[in-house]
Design a protein around this ligand. Structure first.
Ligand SMILES: *Cc1c(COP(=O)(O)O)cnc(C)c1O
Length: 387
């Protein structure tokens, strides 16, 4: 058909590459076209057929979902626009008014806040447990209990829950076991192997790994739960953008190299901090003195890339952070640059005194999340800021 230039400027085709691209292409398109209406209808009927609309599914996003399904050992995955939307999609897909959620007390602040919102305004009941002992979970069970929420490595204290024990109790009681594996990454722990039904990641952290993208992923042990959550994610519009998914995929390629180095550096800093006279406590599960050390050694292939420590008080913590030159004063974690923050006045600011204490956060607690700079340079900076 002959067309006007106006039309030809719009209708630009793509060449068939012939060979297979090694890097996943960015399918930056919102829609996919077909030969006829039956194909469109078919494509729009579910998450697994042909791609029709990127608000439902997209090939670049699917590449990330497939990579994470493989890394976590699940049946399917759903990539979302952020870690928080991964968690809220899972919760909104699993809960009805009147249902009861049990969650560990030392939770990521955003997850804590979603649960508080669900309990204040959405008719969902929430109980927090210390998660040190499966008997605590048994005691908290109600006939309406539906979901258990855990984190592999708690922020910022580095506590590691008894995943197999707790998930075993959850399974026995018919609860959906949801584990936020952001801090561990699938390289240190694969919660589905320990009985989790859903694994949630903030891809903003280690998976993306370069402080340049916000994203999330939920990996499901079974397909049915994936489909139900996918429906809820489409309904609430929490899907991932192709370019964001591509950045996360690009990060995942170097995940093993980065995480090993970040774990080594965090372990070194933790050991050095423990010797420093200004430091009153160090919270890192790699230290034999840490209450979760034995469990972390049994459960994890590394102790994580963060270390928290206590200084005398809030003033000392702020003076330390203000004195840093190389380490950045910033939130988040898991990227190439080392960052430090004061949880009590940032990530955990909405917790009251009692909740802070229960989460193991004191007024002088500082968290360092290691990047991939040379450990000697990082220690030199930390030491000068302590002095
Ligand atoms: C950052 C984080 C989240 C939330 O992820 P976003 O991508 O910031 O929405 C959830 N869980 C943990 C453990 C996190 O560190």
């Amino acid at each position: 058909m002959t067309t006007h230039p106006d039309t030809r400027t719009v209708r630009i085709g793509a060449p068939d590459p012939g060979g297979r691209p090694v890097a996943v292409p960015i399918h930056q398109t919102s829609i996919f076209a077909f030969d006829g209406p039956a194909d469109v209808a078919d494509a729009m009927s579910g998450p697994t057929g042909a791609f029709s609309y990127s608000g439902y599914a997209n090939p670049t996003v699917r590449a990330l979902e497939d990579a994470m399904t493989g890394l976590e050992g699940g049946a399917a995955a759903l990539a979302t626009g952020s870690g928080s939307s991964a968690m809220s999609s899972v919760l909104l897909g699993a809960l009805r008014r009147g249902d009861h959620v049990i969650a560990q007390r030392a939770l990521y602040g955003g997850t804590y806040s979603v649960l508080r919102e669900l309990s204040s305004n959405w008719g969902v009941e929430v109980t927090h447990i210390d998660a040190a002992d499966p008997a605590e979970l048994t005691a908290a069970l109600r006939p309406t209990s539906r979901v258990l929420v855990l984190e592999t490595i708690a922020n910022p204290t580095g506590h590691v829950p008894d995943l197999p024990g707790l998930l075993g109790v959850a399974r026995g009681a018919g609860l959906l076991g949801v584990v936020d594996n952001t801090f561990a990454t699938p390289l240190l722990c694969r919660p589905i192997e320990h009985g989790a039904d859903v694994v949630v990641h903030s891809a903003t952290k280690y998976l993306g790994g370069h402080h340049d993208v916000v994203g999330g992923v939920a990996v499901f042990a079974d397909d049915d739960r994936y489909r139900r959550t996918w429906e809820q994610a489409v309904r609430f519009g929490t899907v991932a953008d192709p370019f964001g998914a591509w950045l996360v995929l690009r990060g995942v390629k170097t995940l093993a190299l980065r995480v090993r180095r970040q774990c080594d550096t965090a372990g070194r800093l933790a050991a050095l901090l423990a010797e420093h006279p200004a430091v009153t406590a160090v919270h890192h599960p790699g230290l034999p003195s840490h209450p979760s050390h034995a469990r972390a050694t049994a459960l994890l292939d590394g102790y994580g890339g963060t270390a928290a420590f206590d200084l005398a008080d809030r003033e000392a913590a702020h003076a330390f952070l203000g004195g840093l030159r190389l380490v950045l004063n910033a939130g988040s974690l898991g990227g190439t640059e080392t960052v430090a923050m004061h949880p009590a006045t940032t990530s955990h600011r909405h917790l009251d005194e009692r909740a802070l204490a229960a989460a193991g956060i004191g007024p002088g607690t500082v968290r360092i999340a290691c990047g991939i700079e040379h450990a000697d340079d990082l220690w030199a900076d930390v030491a000068q800021a302590l002095g």
